[in-house]
Design a binder for this molecule. Structure first.
Ligand code: ADP
Ligand code: MG
Length: 438
């Protein structure tokens, strides 16, 4: 399974610091495997599914290779769609946060070309663009390729499916031979291999292969949610299933800290674990969790490594993992020793893809579900109280309390009235506590 620290890549201080800010703790597998070759200057073909961190893999590389002092175009990143071109430019901007003098521009159809021409005139070293619009600029000579040292084809399979082959080839031919050529793609159909043969030089082929895994017997569910609604969804599920001990996974350290704060505000006993914490601090958190002084533990994959807590009822994928194997490791923390366990995954928009991929990889079913509504949660909480009452009645030893009730019944109240009033007190109290949480 995945990567190691970013330290081992020997990146520049500026980039290391930006990645730290982004909260990435470890490289993903494709990052660990491809970045060293790319930094060496090798041509690379990287094959890895969606959501495995390919953008940062080539993004880091490109940013390490750019000379900020030279204002000519040095890197071209081709993307199949306008959304992707914008998204990739955004990620590169984050990675280059502490590098001064680097200009990144997305170039895509649909935006007035004049605006792009104006922006290009200011001196842009990196463009992320759709092949059609990049061609358009080449025809108008508003883009000059003489200084380009590196070209990336992101989602190359998609671009070919969309009929961009000719454009891609024309663009490649305009870029000096002395260049680094990198293909990233989720699949490697023959058409791509043909292109790589024509335009790459002794490429290093990196394919993400899965190891065999045993998938634990856990009930798996997923929920389509908005980013801002994740914490509310988590809170409702914890209440609905009356979870006393759960482990929540986030993809970044930053997210761990934020989520712990949000959960505490809502009144949950929550704490976090991530790689920035001192060993001593981690031990304290873990022993609290084992003693059940914490009901929700929020962690990154790295920090959760080796955690084995007996009675874990549920694992949440607050963020869907970047690596299918991580998914299996995460959900395997519950349902230990033959106990029932549940795994809940949150996905935003297009991330539903990842559910399909994980299902294929694990050959298991992840069932789509709706987040319980507030009234669902209230109803189930009431049922839990009623079940509690029945248990206490069945357990007996109520003599002292029965005497108290008997006293009240002598004063014209029925035992039904008394029982109803007591339930009202308990349920109202619970309601107040619950609303304190939201
Ligand atoms: P791909 O291009 O392979 O489909 P992306 O580059 O879009 O995947 O990355 C998917 C998600 O993973 C993004 O939200 C990205 O910020 C995040 N990500 C990338 N690298 C890491 C990492 N090392 N640790 C945590 N999250 C990461
Ligand atoms: Mg991508």
């Amino acid at each position: 399974m995945a990567g190691s620290g970013f330290k081992e890549l020997n990146l520049s201080k500026e980039i290391e610091r930006a990645i730290e800010d982004m909260g990435f703790e470890e490289t993903t597998t494709i990052q660990a495997q491809s970045i060293p070759y790319m930094l060496e200057g090798r041509d690379v073909i990287g094959q890895a599914p969606t959501g495995t961190g390919k953008t940062a893999a080539f993004g880091i590389t490109v940013l390490e290779k750019i000379d900020p002092k030279s204002k000519v175009l040095q890197a071209v990143i081709l993307c199949p769609t306008r959304e992707l071109a914008i998204q990739v430019a955004g990620e590169l901007k984050k990675i280059s946060k502490y590098k001064t003098g680097i200009e990144i521009l997305p170039i895509y159809g649909g935006q007035p070309i004049d605006r792009q021409i104006k922006a290009l005139k200011k001196g842009v070293q990196i463009i992320t663009g759709t092949p059609g619009r990049v061609m358009d600029h080449l025809d108008r000579r508003t883009l000059k390729m003489e200084g380009v040292k590196i070209i990336i084809l992101d989602e190359a399979d998609e671009m070919l499916d969309m009929g961009f082959r000719e454009n891609i080839e024309t663009i490649m031919k305009k870029i000096p031979q002395q260049r680094q050529t990198i293909f990233f793609s989720a699949t490697m159909p023959k058409a791509i291999l043909d292109l790589t043969k024509r335009y790459q030089n002794n490429p290093q082929f990196i394919k993400l292969v899965h190891k065999e895994v045993t998938v634990p017997n856990v009930e798996q569910f997923y929920f389509e949610v908005k980013q801002q609604a994740k914490t509310e969804a988590l809170a409702r599920l914890i209440d609905y299933y009356d979870l006393k001990l759960s482990l929540v996974f986030c993809n970044t350290k930053k997210r761990v800290d934020e989520l712990v704060e949000d959960l505490k505000i809502r009144g949950y006993l929550a704490d976090g674990l991530h790689g920035d914490m001192q060993q001593k601090q981690r031990d304290i958190v873990m022993s609290k969790f084992r003693r059940k002084d914490i009901e929700v533990l929020v962690a990154t994959d790295v920090a959760a490594r080796g955690i084995d807590v007996g009675d874990l009822e549920a694992v949440f994928n607050y963020d869907i993992p970047t690596d299918d194997e991580y998914y299996v490791h995460r959900i395997g923390r519950t349902a230990r020793a033959g106990k029932a366990g549940r795994a809940f995954s949150f996905v935003i928009g297009k991330e539903v893809y990842r559910i399909r991929q994980i299902q294929q990889f694990t050959k298991t079913k992840i069932i789509a579900q709706k987040i319980p509504s507030i009234s669902d949660v209230e109803e189930i909480r009431t049922n839990i109280i009623l079940e509690n009452v029945i248990d206490v009645v069945n357990a007996g030893h109520l003599g002292e309390y029965s005497n108290l009730v008997e006293k009240l019944t002598q004063e014209e109240y029925t035992s039904l009235d008394i029982a109803a009033a007591l339930l009202k007190i308990i349920i109202d109290k619970e309601g107040k506590e619950a609303s304190g949480k939201s």
